[in-house]
Design a binder for this molecule. Structure first.
Ligand code: HEM
Length: 485
């Protein structure tokens, strides 16, 4: 009897609610089969979500596991959803976080997964503090250029022989976050630094795995099943402990009138009366800045090198522009950007084609809304399909080809494109956008100024992405030949 009752309830739930956006037929328990979103962790999910919009329109619905999800496709649907009003500002709950990590996540608030007042407060504080410590300013520019000198030595050590740039990029980008949050960089061989990066890598592998996706869809079942998802608690626990150690060290010689970094500023804030600021939330925010800020920029830089080996003529043109504007006797600076339109266009095109966060992060409706002419009730998960905008044939002249011309006018001047939204849009837009843009520009121009990159003899660059927490290049080796000093 219970089984019949359960199945009947499931059959009713599988029926698309009235006035809801259209979409493929949903089945009880499993949800949608057409287009195979069952295959949660494959690159084909991104492609199939995109293809479904050809059949069902820019706003369509899917049943993923037990719950309904609405997918927004194309620039106007994304703009309508994300930038008009505040009804899509919240994140849905991720059972893998709130359930598998009860000791870590409960009553602790950070930025990425918080909602309402706590989210606004932590986000506003993080944005202000990052700006205070130089995002968009000379001081941070110096840290990035300084870090480049370290990786440049590492790269030069390979003496033109093939090497995998993965670790080098991770090191460089993570050290920029370390400088901002901890107030210092680490030597690349530092045990604590290596451990933290390894833990983040492991954690993101599990987060992107089918286990985590299944957990978020069927928490009751997955809670009882053994699997690697249970390891997340220890992994994240260890990362939090490492961040806590830094916080404790800061407290020993902390001078409130001279904050050195994000941690010091947060400790100052804790002294004020607002209960939203406490040490648990400080650790969570540090965790978020590392989690969201290292992997993303490092993956983009790896795409950049790979695209340059695939298109050596583009690489040569970038180098010629840098040689002419910056020369070889000084390092590039942010002020050079306006005079390097081709290089800027190439960086934008790398981000467009790299499409590293193809489905953005999910949002959830905070009340009943109308979107694309449909009624969507409160509590429905919304996926902003960034891929549908970054590759839209109505927005880009040659959407599937690597073409820096997308960002250049006939006179060769850089042009902004509204459909360039790798950082998403609206109030939840990437908090690290300005930092990432600075890092990408300074690291990329420095690479191009000092080295020429190519694949090892006889090896063709492979541009097929791997689907994980981000779309990243498959592991590859590269040769870096030093250019004239
Ligand atoms: C959120 C992309 C680098 C911190 C996001 C989102 C995207 C994104 C698509 C989701 C926005 C939404 O929910 O609609 C990228 C890309 C990057 C990058 C493509 C690099 C190329 C960074 C960096 C930081 C960072 C360097 C570090 C400061 C964050 C945070 C959020 C976020 C904290 C959550 C914002 C919130 O929920 O309010 N990012 N990101 N990101 N990003 Fe980035």
């Amino acid at each position: 009897f219970a089984l019949v009752l359960l199945l009947t309830a499931e059959c009713l739930r599988a029926r698309r609610p009235r006035s809801f956006p259209p979409g493929p037929r949903a089945f009880p328990l499993v949800g949608n089969i057409e287009g195979a979103p069952v295959c949660f962790s494959s690159h084909s999910l991104v492609l199939c979500l995109w293809q479904l919009s050809e059949k069902y329109g820019k706003v369509y619905s899917l049943k993923m596991g037990p719950s309904w999800t609405v997918v927004l496709n194309g620039l106007s649907a994304l703009q309508e959803g994300l930038t008009k009003g505040d009804h899509l500002n919240d994140r849905p709950e991720f059972p893998i976080h709130s359930d598998v990590l009860p000791d870590l996540g409960k009553d602790r608030f950070s930025i990425i997964f918080s909602n309402g007042h706590m989210w606004k407060q932590q986000r506003r504080f993080a944005l202000f503090t990052l700006k205070y410590f130089g995002v968009g300013k000379k001081s941070l520019e110096f840290s990035i250029l300084d870090e480049f000198m370290y990786i440049s030595k590492e790269i030069a050590n390979h003496k033109g022989k093939p090497f995998n740039p993965h670790l080098i990029m991770n090191n460089a980008v993570s050290n920029i976050i370390c400088s901002l949050v901890f107030g210092h960089r680490f030597e690349y061989g530092n045990e604590k630094f290596l451990k933290m990066m390894k833990l983040f890598d492991k954690g993101s592998q599990i987060e992107a795995s089918i286990w985590a996706q299944l957990y978020n869809a069927f928490p009751v079942l997955m809670r009882r099943l053994p699997g690697p998802h249970h390891a997340l608690q220890n992994i994240y626990g260890e990362i939090m402990d490492l961040i806590k150690t830094e916080v404790n060290q800061h407290k020993e010689d902390w001078n409130p009138s001279e904050p050195r970094d994000f941690i010091d500023c947060y400790l100052n804030e804790i002294q004020k009366v607002d209960a939203g600021f406490n040490e648990d939330n400080l650790v969570m925010c540090g965790f978020d800045l590392f989690g969201a800020g290292s992997h993303t920029t490092s993956v983009t830089l790896r795409w950049a090198l790979l695209y340059m080996t695939k298109y050596p003529e583009v690489q040569a043109k970038v180098q010629a522009e840098i040689d002419e504007v910056v020369g070889t006797s000084r390092q590039p600076s942010m002020e050079d950007r306006a005079d390097l339109p081709y290089t800027d266009a190439v960086i934008h095109e790398i981000q467009r084609m790299g499409n590293i966060v193809p489905l953005s992060l999910p949002h959830v409706t905070t009340r009943d809304i109308r979107l694309g002419g449909y009624k969507i009730p409160k509590g429905v998960t919304i996926i902003p399909n960034l891929t549908s905008v970054l590759f839209d044939k109505n927005e880009w002249e040659t959407p599937d080809a690597f073409n820096p011309g997308h960002f250049l006018n006939p006179e060769g001047k850089f042009v902004k494109r509204a459909a360039f939204i790798p950082f998403s849009a609206g109030k939840r837009v990437c908090l690290g956008e300005n930092l990432a843009r600075m890092e990408l520009f300074l690291f990329f121009t420095s690479f191009m100024q000092r080295f020429s990159f190519s694949t090892p003899p006889g090896v063709e660059p492979v541009l097929k992405p791997r689907f994980g927490v981000t779309l990243s290049p498959p592991p590859f080796e590269i040769c870096a030949t030093p250019r004239k000093e």
